[in-house]
Design a protein around this ligand. Structure first.
Ligand code: GLV
Ligand code: MN
Length: 216
């Protein structure tokens, strides 16, 4: 009985550690990253706290619109710990997303963060898909001022469905949320995943796969 209970606890511990990939809690007030350090740790080494000043906690520039002249018609300006060293250990980051008319932020995941998005300008269709086996598609039409949340690790997207440009600001629950754009990762990996394998995975003709791979 005791051994069964221990086994159950062990399985629970494994399940929890797999399911939650959020950042660790800080062990001090702050740990502004020292970008010049060559020491490699999980996160970034702290600058000497005595040398930290107010400007370290300031990031400027998110008023600037991103250039949306590209194939998808959107631009994500992610402010993570790389651009803003004060975020180190704080478990948070943000992004400005600009969309041209009909522009999309294509299906992607953040392996380490939940994302909460606010529409500042325009109207967006947003959506995410739940895990297997349901793969339920949750979608909503958002207007200026609306807030939507994309749970950690799920495939999600946004599409500008208004007539003009659209703008959104997102907060993400990691200093380094990561972005994996599905199409780029699957069809544009280096080296390429074999087209035979992708043909079987997507149940699509190999010529279609080869064409997809040439796009990315
Ligand atoms: C950014 O990653 C976003 O989905 O808005
Ligand atoms: Mn996102």
């Amino acid at each position: 009985m005791a051994s069964q209970f221990a086994l159950l606890l062990g399985l629970l511990a494994i399940t929890c550690s797999v399911a939650f990939a959020s950042d660790n809690n800080p062990l001090q007030d702050f740990c502004v990253a020292d970008n010049s350090s060559s020491v490699l740790v999980n996160g970034l080494v702290c600058k000497d706290p005595k040398l930290v000043e107010a400007n370290d906690f300031l990031f400027r520039g998110l008023h600037l619109a991103g250039n949306t002249s590209n194939a998808v018609g959107s631009k994500v300006n992610l402010v993570n710990v790389e651009q803003f060293p004060a975020l180190n250990t704080l478990g948070i980051s943000m992004a400005r997303v600009d969309y041209a008319p009909l522009g999309i932020n294509p299906p992607h995941i953040h392996p380490r963060a939940t994302e909460i998005l606010t529409v500042i300008e325009g109207s967006l269709q947003v959506g995410f898909v739940t895990s297997n086996p349901e793969n339920r598609f949750i979608t909503k039409l958002l207007q200026k001022g609306d807030v939507f949340v994309f749970p950690m690790g799920l495939i999600h997207f946004q599409r500008n469905v208004g007539h003009g440009n659209a703008l959104a600001i997102s907060a993400l629950s990691s200093q380094n949320p990561g972005i994996i754009t599905i199409a780029n990762a699957v069809f544009g990996s280096k080296p390429a995943i074999s087209s035979d394998l992708l043909s079987k995975a997507f149940q699509a003709d190999k010529n279609i796969i080869v064409r997809m791979e040439s796009q990315f």
